[in-house]
Design a protein around this ligand. Structure first.
Ligand code: DP6
Length: 351
């Protein structure tokens, strides 16, 4: 039996991926860009064992077995990595025929699953990376990102640290739709992220079905696809220059536009709740009190939980501010304060 365990981090997009042009290959309708958060607090940990004695492939997610017979995305990742391994085995007959062995996968997240905290990104990235290690694949991270993309779109960005773009590509077979690192985590050490868990309940509409509904019914989506390329260029430049003003404004505008296209979807999709909107208002008031010079930027994925980006010098004040206006009454709701070098678990707060 061969067995390997790996972890993969969460990434939080500042230019959101929302919409597929090909649902089978998971090819997006726009480029996206994210920041990979430190693994110390938020990660998926995956162990995979290959054993010829196993009857079939099986998956346990957070300790509970899942039926994977219809899980096409997971099978995509198995198929692609097994095919690469099979090629190696053909070239080197001394290799164990791991490509033919059934696999047992155990994966756990140390944060709320499916609450809009990018659990599919870290989960599928961990799956593909662990498979690559188990099969000893010499494949580059960029090539692995093309495989992870077929598990969950945003997962391709979690294979890199720092600042990562997912280039949508133009080829019909998806060969140029992959993740690339824009800058490493060491590039902008002053930038930090605060993850505010407003609710750890599973979201009502999954990203996968939500984005398809948007593509089918939102007229506003056309406008989004028109502005995203310019935002991508400006965001890459802002990261390169470590320009928090531009980074913050683009991040907030892109999050707001993403939630606007959700509202423009018919029937509408609501991911934000009153606490999420309260935090948006608080951040705008906090920035306005600083003569409009941004000290913080919020962003929300497909759920009510806020991620606040700020530079190190302001983060303590922001944690206190959020703790003051949204005091905790529930242990399960909490804030996580994270950067590549320094990780602290913050105080909880409630909605
Ligand atoms: C709002 O990657 O979860 O977090 O490709 O269907 O698995 P699938 O969707 P998924 O969507 C993530 C959407 C988002 C924005 C982002 O991370 O860019």
């Amino acid at each position: 039996m061969s067995s390997v365990t790996c972890t993969a981090p969460v990434n939080i997009a500042v230019i959101k991926y929302w919409g597929k042009r090909d649902t089978q290959l998971i090819l997006p309708t726009n480029d996206s860009l994210s920041v990979t958060l430190s693994q110390d607090i938020l990660h998926s940990k995956t162990s995979i064992s290959a054993n010829k004695g196993y009857a079939q492939d099986r998956l346990w997610l957070n300790g509970i077995e899942e039926d994977i017979t219809k899980n096409k995305r997971m099978h995509n990742c198995f198929r692609e990595t097994r095919a690469l391994r099979q090629r190696m085995e053909k070239e080197d007959p001394d290799l164990l025929p791991l490509s033919t062995y059934p696999l047992h996968v155990c994966s756990e997240n140390n944060f709320p699953t499916a609450a809009g905290l990018a659990s599919s990104a870290s989960g599928l990235a961990a799956l593909v990376f662990t498979l690559a290690k188990l099969f000893d694949l010499p494949t580059s991270m960029t090539d692995l990102s093309r495989i992870a993309r077929q598990g969950s779109g945003s997962a391709c960005r979690s294979l890199f640290g720092g600042f990562v773009a997912w280039e949508m590509g133009s080829e019909a077979d998806g060969s140029d739709s992959r993740a690339v690192q824009i800058a490493p985590d060491t590039h902008w050490p002053e930038l930090e992220a605060l993850v505010c868990v407003v609710s750890d309940a599973k979201k009502g509409t999954s990203s996968t079905s939500g984005m398809q509904q948007t593509i089918e019914s939102s007229p506003l989506m056309k406008e989004r696809l028109r502005v995203v390329p310019g935002r991508m260029d400006a965001m890459k430049q802002a990261i390169k220059d470590k320009n928090f003003q531009t980074f913050a404004e683009l991040t907030m505008r892109d999050s707001n536009q993403f939630h606007s296209v959700c509202l423009d979807t018919f029937p509408p999709i609501f991911y934000l709740n009153d606490t999420s909107r309260g935090i948006i208002q608080l951040i705008h008031e906090y920035n306005a009190a600083n003569n409009g010079v941004y000290k913080a930027a919020y962003t929300y994925d497909a759920g009510p939980n806020a991620v606040i980006y700020a530079t190190k010098e302001n983060m303590k004040e922001i944690i206190e501010l959020i703790g003051h206006y949204f005091p905790s009454s529930d242990e399960k709701k909490s804030t996580y304060f994270t950067d590549p070098y320094n990780v602290l678990e913050g105080k909880g707060f409630s909605n």
